[in-house]
Design a protein. Sequence first.
Lengths: 432, 432
Amino acid sequence: MVELIIKKRNGLELSKEEYASIIDGFISGDIPDYQISAFLMAVYFKGLTSAETANLTDVMMRSGELIDLSEIKGIKVDKHSTGGVGDKTTLVLAPLVAAAGVPVAKMSGRGLGHTGGTLDKLESIKGLSVDMSRQEFIDKIKSHNIAICGQNANLVPADKKLYALRDVTGTVDNMSLISSSIMSKKLACGADAIVIDIKVGHGAFMKTLKEAEELAQTMIGIGSKMNRKVIAVITSMSEPLGYAVGNALEVQEAIDTLKGNGPEDLTELCLELGSHMLVLGQVAKSYDEGVDILKGLIKSGKAFDKFVEFVEAQGGDIKMVNQTELLPNAKFSYAYKSKEAGYINDLNALDIGLASVKLGAGRETKESALDYGAGIILKKKIGDYVNKEEVLAMLYSNNDITFARATEFMDLAYQMSQEKPLEKPLILKTVM
Amino acid sequence: MVELIIKKRNGLELSKEEYASIIDGFISGDIPDYQISAFLMAVYFKGLTSAETANLTDVMMRSGELIDLSEIKGIKVDKHSTGGVGDKTTLVLAPLVAAAGVPVAKMSGRGLGHTGGTLDKLESIKGLSVDMSRQEFIDKIKSHNIAICGQNANLVPADKKLYALRDVTGTVDNMSLISSSIMSKKLACGADAIVIDIKVGHGAFMKTLKEAEELAQTMIGIGSKMNRKVIAVITSMSEPLGYAVGNALEVQEAIDTLKGNGPEDLTELCLELGSHMLVLGQVAKSYDEGVDILKGLIKSGKAFDKFVEFVEAQGGDIKMVNQTELLPNAKFSYAYKSKEAGYINDLNALDIGLASVKLGAGRETKESALDYGAGIILKKKIGDYVNKEEVLAMLYSNNDITFARATEFMDLAYQMSQEKPLEKPLILKTVM
């Protein structure tokens, strides 16, 4: 192993067999963590070639279970988001795209920090279960064209172990390592094609457009070497997506969006990502045709119907979906008001996420219980004018002593100015 | 710790307190090896400033016992060599410099690989012991101006642990880490001033003059920040020093040198290093005066007398020193002959070292027993002309089946040419 460390340290390319021996040795414990972490730091400085990145991805992918979706007809298109505050895109996109005829076989993780993940949001619907056998998962997709389940512990174990080590050794920030982590999981889940939503800005992993473009190219490079089509959409994350942040609150907003009454930014993003998925799934011939199909499914009610069908198939209480006032709610609310008049110049998504965690909507530790009804409904976003004492956001929690802590983060989140800020586009760039 | 790793990874300077927390945490086990190795790899790429190098040295030095030599009058000048095959300099220099009036308080390690270390060579003299209490060590120096003892396990434990980790994580080759490792040990041993012999060439740690100069400057920088005078002498290690390689064989050659009958290169090096030690110890006013003093001590017999005094003080059998034919010898000898006529163009010190290990003169593992009589006497060195079948070297061992393995390395060591090679100087540069 020390020879492989020195080889990478000196900027040389390692072979697929060498990556296989590193990952195998790491998982078996034959190679100690201190050698892997030194190797990772050498990778941080010397980078990986595109061949190395693809080989590492392939080796990682094969470290655990490989989901075989070949029983399911059609091109399985997965979507991945690098994550962001208020991102309920999956809740909208999965039924929307399934309704269009693209099979949706979605495996999701749970959220830690910011707000809950997709699974947490779904579980705010009473009875809905994301635990199922592989065969149940496949059968549900065959019957309903959609299923969403939790990730098995045996899915890419190399990534879990490697990420844990990267996290404590200052070796997270490397495009090849980030890309191989994401792509190995998507590919192990059986995706034939992948649409990646790369967020840029506050509260997002990528801070600049340049970094996001580099990440996009790296993932497309892995796809091309592994014979999988990948489209990357780079989107702005300068403020939270939509108005709702919190589990049941986001389910409500997703339903609104599926019915055609959702926030403009969330709707735009879902049409953008969804249309690319339809093109990759060969259900639409062009991006424009894809958008038209999706708009039609929303208008006709078929998108929402598919959501109801999905919830029922996974054991969820469809009354909650049809009458959203039955979704978990919060005993207490707090109107967070502006301290001054002016335009909202900045709305830091990370601070909003942290405020929602304080309210109980996200986990502070792995063991934290979620308050499904807790969260934030933003009333004003970037570019809006507010008067002094006007409500900026409504905070919800089942524990009213959380408001004091949450408002500290709200104070940090909102920045005012006397001039109206320039409007920024949501979709920054599509890379394919 | 992850913040400190990222700080160094991003090329920032760490404070002395930060180095103290890293080294303390490493020794206590609070900081796991995988974080230290990632940090070391970041150091490999980003380097340390001279302030950081001195701070790391200081913190390492304080990780264990600090030898207090203040009871001993005079300026304690230590010598360090980066090591090399056939380097018996300490055996000559210590009594030579002690005879001139500079107190010699020498702590040495044992050798692993190549040939034995200074302690192993001394122990080939029957009865001589290098194990003694701190007070015995100091008392011997007060009485005889010289003592040589083994390094305590508690001397700079941070270095032992750190070096073991560097060795298996590809992070050995960094001037700051190499320098802090050497200097922390010398300073913990109580040296007021230090002469460093940096070997360059085959079988030496530094492969180029440029690297050696960089190492010299780094060590002088540490000294200047820690208020200790350091002189570095860069010497060629293109072939073994002197003619003898092996424990008792090297003692014999050291005695010859102390009596004025030693090999030219060994004598030159001892006068060079010794004179700098006399200047640093304020026994000589100039380098030239130092050389004159040392030559006088050799000529008058006082240098050899000091050696005998030293051997007796440490329990050694002085009969062996006065009649060197009583030193351990080997039952078997083998005349290694030239396969062709020509000039010796290259004599690889590393291969000679490995040949001597095969003969029993060095340790292959920590547990190996040494054959004190085993080793090699070179008969021809670089620039010498030899006829076919002329003896190049005599091999000695108490186990004659070792000759076959040893000659394989001898074949690799000697390179012949038909043209006489250019003469290369031994002393390449003095940096102070």
